[in-house]
Ligand binder design. Structure first.
Ligand code: ADP
Length: 187
């Protein structure tokens, strides 16, 4: 991947984007930047950010943008992100997408592909119930899916219009999905 070029993983909770993002990041030797992981770490460390984010996450709501935007700006400025990066869980709404666009222009980075890992809702609920993370209760899962549909799914059209979007069927084996992604990135 050329300098300052990144990938964005979009997809509903439980689509498997975190797993695929991690595999690709290892392959490409670029950082996997997951806002969900960063927030969970902040909660584990009981930082002020973690304390502010916790109740939103437990309820399946997005945490307020002002908690996230600075975090992303700082992370994309780190030395290990200068060759490229994979964003997982960001952007998650229109204002985050606009912030990212402006930030990338400023720091001379660009979005290579936006990967939409697509999985049907019933499969998602089953997967998340099995995962059993703190915010993986059925009611919270359904709420996160609603939030996804309302706030995040509209970004698909935004990146489609920018001719960046590539949809991949996420209802396949981990290996089959990784192979599709590798093929996409080497063509
Ligand atoms: P999932 O994809 O299963 O929803 P994540 O780890 O991506 O898991 O996110 C877990 C939670 O963290 C979200 O429900 C939300 O509360 C919070 N979160 C993560 N990323 C963002 C973001 N970019 N903006 C706002 N909230 C976020």
């Amino acid at each position: 991947m050329t300098a300052g070029r990144g990938l964005i993983f979009l997809g509903a909770p439980g689509s498997g984007k975190g797993t695929q993002a991690q595999i690709l990041a290892t392959d490409l030797q670029i950082p996997h930047i997951s806002t969900g992981d960063m927030l969970r770490q902040a909660i584990a460390d009981a930082t002020p950010l973690g304390q502010q984010a916790k109740s939103y996450m437990e309820q399946g709501e997005l945490v307020p943008d002002d908690l996230i935007l600075g975090l992303i700006q700082e992370r994309l400025g780190q030395p290990d992100a200068q060759k490229g990066w994979i964003l997982d869980g960001f952007p998650r709404n229109q204002s985050q997408a606009e912030f990212l666009d402006n930030l990338l222009t400023q720091i001379h980075h660009e979005v290579g592909w936006v990967i939409n890992l697509h999985v049907n809702d019933d499969v998602i609920v089953q997967r998340l119930l099995q995962r059993g993370r703190a915010d993986d209760q059925e009611e919270t899962i359904r709420h996160r899916l609603e939030v996804y549909r309302e706030k995040t799914a509209p970004l698909l059209a935004f990146y489609q219009a920018a001719q960046k979007l590539h949809t991949v069927n996420g209802d396949r084996s981990m290996e089959a999905i990784s192979d599709s992604l590798r093929m996409l990135l080497t063509t």
